[in-house]
Design a protein around this ligand. Sequence first.
Ligand code: ADP
Ligand code: MG
Length: 317
Amino acid sequence: MHLAILVFEQEDNNLLPGTKMLVKRARANKHTVSVLKEREVYIVFNDNKHSLHKNGKPIKHFDAVIVRPSFKSDPSIHASLIRQFELEGQLVINTHSAVHRAKNKVRTLQLLHHYDIPMPRTVIIFDSDVLDKVMGEFKYPVVVKSAYGAGGSGVFIAETKRSLKPVVEHLLRKREGVREPIKIQEYIAESKGKDLRLFVVGKRVVATMQRSAQKGDFRSNFHKGGSVKGVEPTEEEREMAVRASLNLGLDVSGVDILRTKKGPVIIEINSQPGLEGITQATGVDVAGEIVEYVERRVRRRKKKLREVKERKKATEG
Ligand SMILES: Nc1ncnc2c1ncn2[C@@H]1O[C@H](COP(=O)(O)OP(=O)(O)O)[C@@H](O)[C@H]1O
Ligand SMILES: [Mg+2]
């Protein structure tokens, strides 16, 4: 197969570890792999049906384009670039709409709520003036999250009312004229700085790790120095992660779960889950799982296209 990996906000030539692992694994399965960087790609709208270009040439048709959406800003423009690949008839994994739902954390929680998937009690506010009105919902400490954070940056804890207000005001200040909403969330003390990361490929949880925060932190992200180990999730956790991933339309995802007194809750769903930490922790070849999933999808798509062609030929004949 001819595969492409589409990456974002990649300022230098050093690819992220997950991208490198995917490239290596796909090549080991005898596929060709091109890495497309958002900053090198451009869109040309003219009479030609090939709108996507790189280096003065149209981008060829790949069997599949694997999207690694490593951006931390408003997802809609980046999602439009992903959409352009879909409009050109390319098989895209994860799709632009799924990436958009996962990157916009407000949209994610909206969908979890809609599908009755448990999550911590959360309030989304657009202005600090309403802060006093919503705080009746919570006991301190509370967790505060920015709209497009990842990897634990953009997640804060406020122990008291006095420390909450400045954080909220800071996060709600306008950036380039745009004010992004923030989330205030109940702090799940009983999770004790630990969370679960379930790695979902298609309809299956292929690997799960438990992450523990470094001493003195409450965030357990691998890139914040959290330690990791492989664990077995419960059936409920597995089912919840797959349901959330499918409801967002994701083909590959990383679902973060906290264990609470009332059962598991989802805190977020990543459309670009890291591969390094989970491979180390569980020994599962997650890059291989993704490559094999892509192979199945490509085979299925080719079969469908063949069937459509044959039907057309039969009706024409
Ligand atoms: N409501 C919460 N209660 C306790 N810990 C939390 C809560 N929300 C997040 N955390 C901790 O902070 C980490 C980062 O939060 P998360 O929402 O996953 O944001 P990010 O996108 O930055 O990973 C989580 O992995 C978890 O350890
Ligand atoms: Mg997370």
